[in-house]
Design a protein around this ligand. Structure first.
Ligand code: GTP
Ligand code: MG
Length: 221
């Protein structure tokens, strides 16, 4: 496979420009910040502090190709409509998080997804739905996994991942699923495809966050 630039690569919008912006949205306290913190910093923070908006940046070298991954952590509560609109307009892909013990948080991701579809004229942005806090146990679940998964995957055509930021279960799976949802774009570019192949496999959870990571940082927006 040649790595020379081609027409497709130039016309591809997201990863091919070596800068990918992932927006994480969802109701308050569903675990958005906890997921990002596990992925980028290998940490789970138990005390809750409401996010206003925070941009994290991860720099990666994948087979010699440099990738800047921006992850925008958004506010679940008191989210200003203009901020939300800007986040939706500028995201390359979206992670919508709900908490499995909170039915209203599932309704919120349904609303957010509709807003994304309404505001993005291309309407094909990768979206992954995350069912977080699976560690709380089956008895406290407000939404059954099979109900959520069939709605998300079959009716919505989006990706679905069950995860626990607390127990560090499937956190890398969220980011792998986003790449899977971006498949069409990846396939357009040989150089980008090589980068995708260098992502960790599903059995690599213990090595999470080690995508040849050079450094991560929190940057002001
Ligand atoms: N049991 C459990 N608790 C979690 C998990 N993820 C997050 N929490 C807890 O849930 C609370 C809220 O987590 P955050 O990550 O701050 O939630 P958030 O979605 O970023 O909230 P906002 O910033 O207000 O939108 C914190 O007390 C976390 O410790 C999880 O996977 N399991
Ligand atoms: Mg937060």
């Amino acid at each position: 496979m040649t790595s020379s630039p081609n027409k497709n690569q130039l016309s591809v919008s997201n990863i091919s420009k070596s800068h990918f912006r992932l927006v994480v949205m969802g109701a308050a306290q569903v675990g958005k910040t906890a997921i990002i913190s596990q992925f980028l910093y290998d940490q789970f923070v138990t005390e809750y502090k409401a996010t206003i908006e925070e941009l994290h940046r991860g720099e990666y070298d994948m087979n010699g190709v440099h990738l800047t991954l921006d992850i925008l952590d958004t506010a679940g509560s008191h989210s200003f409509p203009a901020m939300r609109k800007l986040a939706i307009d500028t995201g390359d892909a979206f992670v919508l998080v709900y908490s499995v013990d909170d039915e209203a948080s599932f309704q919120e991701i349904s609303n957010l997804r509709q807003q994304i579809l309404d505001e993005r004229p291309d309407n094909d942005v990768p979206i992954v739905i995350v069912a977080n806090k699976t560690d709380i146990g089956e008895s406290r679940r407000a939404i059954l996994p099979e109900t959520a998964e069939s709605l998300v995957c079959l009716d919505w055509g989006n990706g679905y991942v069950e995860a626990s930021a607390k127990d560090n279960v499937n956190i890398v799976g969220i980011f792998k699923e986003i790449l899977k949802q971006s498949k069409v774009r990846y396939e357009l570019s040989p150089a980008v495809r090589r980068r995708r192949e260098s992502m960790p496999s599903s059995t690599d959870n213990k090595k999470k966050g080690k995508l040849a990571k050079r450094r991560t940082q929190s940057v002001n927006t």
